[in-house]
Design a protein around this ligand. Structure first.
Ligand SMILES: [Zn+2]
Length: 258
């Protein structure tokens, strides 16, 4: 939540130490203007016995989810360069997901600007992760900072799915052990209508994910009709990355493990 006190720190995009402004993740215009959410410390989640019955007692925050992680200049840079294109992308997602009650979509989005969309998605991952991110993966910030840049090294891959069931998921970079796939370094963001996963040094495809990394190869301002298959996946457990089990399945698994 936005607060009146000043926040100083290192901007995750330009790397300069200065006053940080509140960066909405996703942007306000992508239906994150008045989002109510509950702030629960991460360690509290780890003590919960049954997530589905859990009612968070944390403070209710209003005004959209975000982070004090970017300076005002970088914040407005994103607003001026990428947010409009991202809004178009999200509007199409909302339309499609509310119109069809299925879990697998032949997703068609006309006249999109893929390069800008991808840069906005990467900037959201930068904003929600900590300062070490810029030091460890400066290529991400470089890709975002230069609107014309098509340079996003192959070790980074971005995946997408549709999402409108469950909870918001803001999973900071972590090491995830995934049955059948092994160890994955990734960070995940789910906020309807989309969920995204950014992986590091992971060469395989992940079932039910659509790889959208090729968005990086479009020219700045180039519009394209994007057509692809997208799954709609639920995210009931906010701190359990890559977990898309249904409510019933989580319930059954919880009972079985007792
Ligand atoms: Zn900055």
């Amino acid at each position: 939540m936005r607060s009146s006190q000043k926040h100083f720190g290192t901007c995750r995009i330009c790397g300069v130490d200065k006053e940080l402004s509140y960066e909405h993740v996703p942007p306000r215009i992508a239906f994150n203007k008045t989002t109510r959410h509950v702030s629960v410390p991460h360690d509290e989640w780890t003590k919960i016995d049954n997530f589905l019955e859990y009612k968070p007692k944390g403070k209710i925050l209003q005004g959209g989810i975000g982070y004090y992680s970017l300076c005002r200049d970088c914040n407005s840079f994103l607003g001026q360069n990428y947010v409009k294109a991202y809004e178009q992308w999200v509007l199409t997602g909302i339309q499609i997901i509310s119109k069809y009650k299925v879990d697998y979509f032949n997703y068609v989005a006309l006249q999109q600007e893929p390069l800008k969309i991808l840069k906005q998605i990467i900037s959201m991952f930068i904003a929600m992760n900590d300062k070490w991110y810029l030091e460890e993966y400066p290529e991400l910030a470089s890709f975002v900072k230069d609107p014309n840049s098509n340079i996003l090294p192959d070790k980074f891959r971005v995946f997408a799915y549709l999402n409108n069931q469950g909870q918001y998921r803001y999973f900071k970079h972590g090491v995830i052990s995934q049955p059948g796939l092994g160890i994955i370094n990734a960070t995940e963001l789910a906020f309807p209508p989309f969920g995204y996963v950014l992986t590091f040094d992971f060469a395989h495809d992940i079932s039910h994910f659509q790889n959208i990394t090729s968005f990086k190869s479009y020219k700045l301002g180039e519009k394209a009709d994007v057509e692809m298959f997208l799954y709609k996946l639920p995210t009931y457990l906010p701190f359990s990355p890559l977990d898309y089990r249904s409510k019933d399945k989580i319930d059954a698994d919880t009972k079985a493990s007792r």
